[in-house]
Design a protein around this ligand. Structure first.
Ligand code: RIB
Length: 306
């Protein structure tokens, strides 16, 4: 089976469901709370694995009670977690998430151990990375490691997909432009390019700007508006099923995990994006991040119901 390497973060998600945020000095009771495994890298890896992908995970967990549980979660989802290692004396990454009554989320991240996934850690896994057909990256680990992996992809001739999340201003565009695939949402696209993204026309122009600079494929995720795929040759808008949203947390990661699984299996871009928008929409109908990700059978049943 073709393999996907996810080189990225893991977090423990502390999800509070609340109609509004407290103002300064106020104590406010929220109706619900949930704890779950999250982190953009881990979420993308789990989504791909639940859909049948063979996933190699490189990540750093903390030296605390979350660390062993996070590693066990990768293993129980069928992920190769030999390179999920503990950062001695460092705490795990955590993410307090606030979800409002419309299902929209606000997220704080404390990277913790994720900051310690180093260039040396990546190079130690090189023999196993070489067996992969795609490398998936996000921005919740150190930028030095992110840039190294982009160069490694070029060096080893392995396509790299970067999800530039969370958005960081001032990324090194010489590195970004070497990417095979870039998958930003609208905000990330705006921050990356410095161009407006208020209309579909704006989004097309900003994505085209990136392909003109060398990125081979740009896929802009646009929530309920679907996704826009832009290459030097084509521009395709892929619509999204309209669903009753409970919680959008982790929907972007569901998209990427599903896309990576289908793209690596079949090598076709548009069908992979079509599957990914449907899978992401399904994830928004359930609370939580990884908890909302369907397996193969659940995904099939959902598609049959559309
Ligand atoms: O994309 C959603 C994820 O962002 C959450 O799981 C949280 O951990 C943060 O990393």
């Amino acid at each position: 089976m073709k393999k996907i390497a996810v080189i990225g973060s893991n977090m423990v998600d502390l999800v509070t469901y609340t109609d509004r945020m407290p103002i300064q000095g106020e104590t406010l009771e929220a109706p619900d709370f949930d704890l779950g495994f999250g982190g953009k890298g881990a979420n993308q890896a789990i989504a791909a694995a639940r859909l049948g992908a063979d996933v190699l995970m490189l990540s750093k967990v903390g030296d605390d009670m979350f660390g062993p549980n996070t590693k066990a979660n990768f293993i129980s989802n069928g992920i190769d977690a030999r390179y999920v290692e503990t950062a001695p004396g460092i705490s795990s990454g955590v993410a307090p998430i606030f979800v409002d009554s419309n299902g929209q989320n606000s997220i704080l991240i404390i990277k913790g151990a994720n900051n310690h996934l180093s260039v040396a850690d990546v190079e130690r896994a090189i023999e196993d990375i070489r067996k992969c057909e795609l490398i998936v990256l996000q921005l919740e680990i150190s930028l030095e490691t992110v840039y190294h992996v982009i160069e490694l992809g070029v060096r080893e001739n392995i396509p790299v997909l970067l999800n530039p999340a969370p958005a960081i201003a001032g990324l090194d565009m010489d590195k970004i432009c070497q990417l095979d695939m870039l998958v930003p949402n609208e905000t990330e696209l705006e921050i990356l390019t410095g161009l407006p993204v208020d209309t579909l026309g704006h989004i097309e122009t900003a994505a085209k700007f990136l392909t003109s600079k060398g990125v081979k494929k740009v896929i802009v995720t646009m929530g309920s508006k679907g996704a826009l795929l832009v290459t030097a040759e084509e521009m395709t808008l892929i619509p999204c099923p309209q669903v009753e949203v409970k919680d959008t947390s982790g929907a972007g990661d569901a998209f990427i995990g599903c896309f990576a699984n289908h793209y690596v299996a079949n090598g076709e871009l548009i069908p992979a994006v079509q599957q990914a928008v449907i899978y992401a929409s399904l994830s928004t109908m359930k609370p939580g991040t990884q908890k909302s990700y369907a397996n193969v059978d659940q995904f099939k049943a959902y598609k049959n119901s559309l």
